[in-house]
Design a binder for this molecule. Sequence first.
Ligand SMILES: Cc1cc2nc3c(=O)[nH]c(=O)nc-3n(C[C@H](O)[C@H](O)[C@H](O)COP(=O)(O)OP(=O)(O)OC[C@H]3O[C@@H](n4cnc5c(N)ncnc54)[C@H](O)[C@@H]3O)c2cc1C
Length: 354
Amino acid sequence: MNILIIGSGAIGLSTAFELALAGHSVRVVTRNYEEGTSWVAGGMLAPFSEGLTGDLLSFSVESLNLYPDFISRLEDVARMKIYFSRNGILRITMDEEEHREVGRLAREYARGGVGVEEIDSQELRKRKPFLSGEPFGAFLFKEEGNVDAEKLMDALLLGCENLGVKIHIDEITEIEKKNGRVESIKGYRDTYRADFYVFTTGAWSKSLLKLPVFPVKGQILKVKGIELERVLYSKIAYIIPKENYLLIGATSEDAGFDSRATLGGVRTLTEGALRLLPSLGDVEFLGVKVGFRPGTPDEAPIFEAGENYFICVGHYRNGILWTPVSAHTILSYVEKGELSPYVKKFSAQRFLVG
Ligand SMILES: Cc1cc2nc3c(=O)[nH]c(=O)nc-3n(C[C@H](O)[C@H](O)[C@H](O)COP(=O)(O)OP(=O)(O)OC[C@H]3O[C@@H](n4cnc5c(N)ncnc54)[C@H](O)[C@@H]3O)c2cc1C
């Protein structure tokens, strides 16, 4: 089948990759392949540290379990290594009340078979002497992971290229539809036609798709100089080790598409991180990255499966985690006409009720 993907973030490129690998002829149209928020993401695969529940939790766990195979397929085709680990995330709590709240969820997860270890303050100081005295305790969510989102994006671009996927640079401004089918899409440079269309336009989806998706600005710091075994996640900052650097995240701002890195953002992140890990005061500052999470009113993604199109947007703060399951959902629909239950659960229709 001749397939056109609109958008080249992790969701668009992973879908292009899986469809091309399955033998389809795939093209991607994107305004700017360096603009995607996916380049900025922390890359934490953290459904439990994020405290997800219900459908979002099962959707996330499905994606987490697809990750190892997805990474090894991609590494094979792209012929490059992607930093990826599944050695758990340390969810640090800052006071007794937060510890009780995270503990309540952790016990629920554990009843469902999730690997969790509770660590009290005394034990935490013994095991992590480099932490400041401020954290109250922690929970180790043993199956959570961490992927280098920049490397993932590099590999997706390379993997797509090796499979013959062509990327067109253009901004799509109009979708021409007839009897519920997409006839063509129009950009500033050209009009594009295909047998099937996939829309993965992230935070910019509102004007093109008329869906309730809005940008949630996030700033994240890149530093270098100390090594950490695993992600430290807390409500005041999270510190994410990669192969050659660390990320310190992240602000969450209602600031539209303001792409400025600000001193206020740097201060908030620096102060939070130093309260956890005082030795960060001596690391080398490499820079600030700014991105736009594709927010939705209920923090869940938005899917729509049409006769010859699929919309997959609104991945908010977990789009890297939800990358394999999103691509897999679209692949199953294109290949077998199969509708994952999540397409109904996360349908745009939920915003029309009431
Ligand atoms: C600071 C920060 C930290 C984060 N940390 C994590 C994390 O630790 N774990 C996690 O899972 N998630 C994290 N996220 C969330 C994650 O980054 C996003 O959910 C994810 O990147 C969204 O991917 P996407 O492919 O939908 O969108 P994007 O990567 O934004 O890609 C959208 C693409 O669509 C293109 N486009 C848009 N409109 C048009 C148009 N009209 N025509 C042509 N092209 C168009 C854009 O140019 C872009 O290439 C974080 C986000 C931020 C900002």
